[in-house]
Design a protein around this ligand. Structure first.
Ligand code: G3H
Ligand code: 13P
Ligand code: ZN
Length: 309
C-alpha cells in the first residue's frame, strides 16, 4: 500500500474510538519490527523521525527504509516529522517526501506559535502534506531541548489556535511527558481527562495527539538493571489511561522510550545468554523481535487499532 497522509486514518480512528500508534524510527531493525507487527495485525501505523533520528541515520536512509516497508506491507503508513523545530526543517521533510510534519511551537509565545504554525500549514497544504501543531508543554527531553516544567493545554485557546493556523491535528499536554524517567516509583501519574473532554467538546471530530505516552514497563527496567544496567527506577503512564484516551478524541499516540527499553533489555539478555556472540545480526535480530512484540502489545492492548487498516 502507498505512503498516505493521516487524514483518512484519523477520521476513521475518531469515528470508531481508537488511536493510531506513532512510533519513532532510527534504524532498519526498528522500521522492520514496527511494520511487521502492524502488518500482521492489519493496523494502520505512523513512522516518525525526530531531528535526532535524521542526524543519526540520515533522513535519506530513513525515508528509503520506510519506502521499503511500504513496498513489503499491505497497510497504510504515514511518514511523519516528529517535533519539527522550525519552518526550514518542516520544508525539508515536505520536499523530500514526508506525508506529515509536526511543527512544535509549544515553547513559543502563543501568537508566535500561531504565526509559525500557520506558515508551515500554508506550505505543507500546498504540497498535499498534513500538519500537527502543539499547545501546552510536556516535561522531559526532546532532542536537545529539556523542559523541566510542564504546563497543561488551556482548552479555551484550542478553537482559536486550530482556526487561525489551519492545522490538521493538535498535540495537547494533559500529564504525559517525554523519556523513560517520567515519575518516581510511588508517584501517582494522572492524566487530565477533564481537559481532554473539554478540548473534544470544543473541537468536535478533530484529531488530538498525545506525546510522551510510553508506559515504561517495569519488567524491562528490571531486566536491564539485573543484567548490569544502571537505570534509575522510574514509572511511566499507566496503559489503562492511554487506552481510555484512545477511545476519546485522541487519534495518535506517540511511543518511543518503550521501544528503546525493549531493545536494550533484549540485547543485554542476548549477551548474557551468548557471551561468545559477535555477529550484529544475532543481537540486533533479538532487538528487532523485541520491537515487534512491544508494538504488537501496544496495538492490541493500548491503541485498539488491530484490524483497522
Ligand atoms: O519526543 C522525542 C522522541 O522520543 C525522540 O527522541 O530526539 O532522542 O530522537 P530523540
Ligand atoms: P516517550 O518518550 O514517552 O516514548 O514519547 C515519545 C514521543 O512523544 C515522541 O514524540
Ligand atoms: Zn514527542
Amino acid at each position: 500500500m502507498a505512503l498516505v497522509t493521516s487524514t483518512e486514518m484519523f477520521r476513521k480512528a475518531y469515528d470508531e474510538g481508537y488511536a493510531v500508534g506513532a512510533f519513532n524510527v532510527n534504524n532498519m531493525e526498528i522500521v522492520q519490527g514496527i511494520t511487521e507487527a502492524a502488518n500482521e495485525l492489519k493496523a494502520p501505523v505512523i513512522l516518525q523521525c525526530s531531528a535526532g533520528a535524521r542526524k543519526y541515520a540520515n533522513g535519506v536512509y530513513l525515508k528509503n527504509l520506510v519506502a521499503s516497508a511500504v513496498e513489503l506491507t499491505d497497510i497504510p503508513i504515514v511518514l511523519h516529522l516528529d517535533h519539527g523545530a522550525d519552518f526550514d526543517i518542516c520544508k525539508d521533510c515536505i520536499d523530500s517526501g514526508f506525508t506529515s510534519v509536526m511543527i512544535d511551537g509549544s515553547s513559543k509565545a502563543y501568537e508566535d506559535n500561531i504565526a509559525l504554525t500557520k506558515k508551515v500549514v500554508e506550505y505543507a497544504h500546498s504540497k498535499g502534506v498534513v500538519v500537527e501543531g502543539e499547545l501546552g508543554t510536556l516535561a522531559g527531553k526532546e532532542d536537545d531541548v529539556e523542559n523541566e516544567f510542564s504546563s497543561y493545554t488551556r482548552p479555551e485557546e484550542v478553537e482559536d489556535f486550530v482556526t487561525r493556523t489551519g492545522v490538521d491535528s493538535l498535540a495537547i499536554a494533559i500529564g504525559t511527558s517525554h523519556g523513560a524517567y517520567k515519575f518516581k516509583p510511588g508517584d501517582k501519574p494522572q492524566l487530565r481527562f477533564d481537559i481532554l473532554e473539554e478540548v473534544g467538546r470544543r473541537l468536535p471530530g478533530f484529531p488530538i495527539v498525545l506525546h510522551g505516552a510510553s508506559s515504561v514497563p517495569q519488567e524491562f527496567v528490571r531486566t536491564i538493571n539485573e543484567l548490569g544496567g544502571r537505570m534509575p527506577d522510574a514509572i511511566g503512564i499507566p496503559e489503562e489511561m492511554l487506552a481510555q484516551a484512545a477511545k476519546m478524541a485522541v487519534c495518535k499516540i506517540n511511543i518511543d522510550s518503550d521501544i528503546r527499553l525493549g531493545m536494550t533489555a533484549a540485547i543485554r539478555r542476548h549477551f548474557v545468554e551468548h557471551p561468545d556472540h559477535f555477529d550484529p545480526r544475532q543481537y540486533l535480530g533479538d532487538a528487532r523481535v523485541a520491537v515487534k512484540e512491544m508494538v504488537a502489545h501496544k496495538i492490541v492492548d493500548v491503541l485498539g487499532c488491530a484490524g483497522k487498516a
